[in-house]
Design a protein around this ligand. Structure first.
Ligand code: LLP
Length: 420
């Protein structure tokens, strides 16, 4: 019939069955990524751990898949932690991030025995010590350091540079003060350090550079305080292919660089190599997802451009308007037809900036056609909003060619649920 088949399912049939806009996620793809993580990282290198950065895409079903695949999970809020708890995720495999965790969130983490809290500043250290003493629990922490490494990606998703809201800078003595203080805390067990240099990073040298910087810190701390670093958490950020699958590198492109640099630096300084943690989010789920839309209004401005509007937009995918992100798409019901023109795909929000794709090549199109936008698995559903009181789409998971609903489409009643 020439329809676009995704993960073994006819996308036009999915659109008919569940309506649009619709997020469709391939479980097989996620499982395949987890297998690559096991084979090329966890089994290749001893004393390693992989946690999924759940901010990329989190539902209870996703948490169950990650749990089944044996990975840990990185959470950054009480809400993400709550989702993990609802599926009985092992709390010792949770890594809790955030540059401004609330007292309630810290209490929730301590009470439930979260394995590692990644501490972003000294105030947080004080809060954890007092909450942990209340519960008489010893809490494992890592300090998030800001390594002062600039990577080439959109500036909104760079995080390792000195001028960042995240982490304790390496550039001055603050980190040493923080370590000294942590070592004096009765209820805190300092396990090591964490860095996350950014997201959608195509090059591995930023990771190697950050590792070198942290190892000199590790060495200084050993010499000055006799402190042995047991863990090094190297964050996530591995790039995927949005327009072209070739852009996605194998996991080992990043992890081999991290591990080789670390082994070299540790042996140079005569240090024991710490446990290494990685935290990929987008790389696991980004290309696993697509979004289906129905095409509506088509506005042709002769000599200028043709706007093709879909029934979603920046509410289900804010990435083009936030980061000028580029996407690939197909007319799902005309997948095998030849492209005859270029159009601009617009969303339905009351915003001129609500443009999903510029200059997309399409066949002859008409209202009612189905548009499939690729690689929307990460930071789409998780960043969706109700702007213009538009309900969030449903999420369908595909496994071995079979579809199942994992999140219902929001209703108008859902929009008013908390109103008084
Ligand atoms: N670890 C930490 C501490 C992080 O802050 C992040 C992402 C990750 C891991 C996972 O990064 P990934 O492997 O997914 O690149 N909304 C933006 C991305 C923000 C990323 C925030 N932190 C986007 O849509 O591009």
């Amino acid at each position: 019939m020439g329809n676009f088949i995704f993960a073994g399912c006819d996308t036009v049939e999915l659109a008919k069955k569940y309506g649009t806009p619709l997020y469709v996620i391939s479980e097989d793809f996620i499982i395949e990524r987890c297998r690559e993580i096991r084979e090329d990282f966890l089994e290749k290198y001893s004393n390693t751990m992989a946690v999924y950065a759940s901010k990329a895409f989190l539902t209870k079903e996703m948490a169950r898949i990650i749990k089944r695949e044996g990975l840990g999970m990185d959470v950054v809020s009480g809400g993400e932690l709550y989702t993990a708890m609802e599926v009985d995720f092992a709390m010792d495999k949770i890594v809790f991030h955030g540059n401004n965790k609330s007292i309630d969130e810290i209490e929730m983490a301590v009470k439930n025995g979260v394995g590692r809290i990644v501490v972003d500043n000294i105030r947080e250290l004080d809060l954890i010590e007092s909450i942990a003493s209340k519960y008489q629990k010893r809490v494992g922490i890592q300090f998030r350091i800001c390594p002062g490494v600039d990577v080439h990606t959109h500036k909104y998703i760079q995080t390792g540079q000195l001028d960042s809201k995240f982490g304790i800078p390496l550039a001055d003595n603050t980190i040493k003060k923080a370590v000294k203080k942590a070592l004096d805390c009765k209820y805190i067990k300092l396990l090591g350090f964490h860095f996350h240099i950014g997201s959608q990073i195509h090059e591995n040298h930023g990771y190697s550079l950050a590792v070198r910087k942290v190892v000199s810190l590790i060495k200084e701390l050993k010499d000055e305080y006799g402190f042995i670093t047991r863990e090094l958490n190297t964050g996530g950020g591995y790039a995927i292919g949005y327009k072209d699958e070739e852009d996605r590198k194998n996991l080992s492109y990043y992890t081999d660089a991290i591990m080789n640099t670390l082994e070299q630096e540790c042996s140079k300084h005569n240090l024991h190599r710490p446990l290494v943690i990685i935290e990929p989010g987008r790389w696991i789920v980004g290309e696993a997802g697509i979004t289906l839309y129905t095409i509506g209004a088509i506005k042709e401005i002769p000599g200028i451009r043709t706007y093709v509007s879909v029934d979603g937009g920046m509410t289900d995918n804010p990435r083009p308007s936030l980061y000028e992100a580029k996407y690939e798409a197909f007319v799902a019901n005309k997948y095998e037809e030849k492209a005859v023109k270029k159009v601009t795909v617009a969303g339905k929000c009351c915003e001129s900036g609500d443009i999903l794709i510029r200059d997309l090549k399409v066949p002859q199109i008409e209202p009612g056609d189905i548009l499939a936008v690729l690689a929307t698995g990460a930071y789409n559903y998780s960043m969706a909003s109700n702007y213009n009181r538009i309900p969030r789409p449903a999420v369908v998971m595909i496994s071995k060619g079979k579809d199942r609903l994992i999140v219902r489409r929001e209703s108008y009643e859902d929009l008013l649920r908390n109103e008084i």
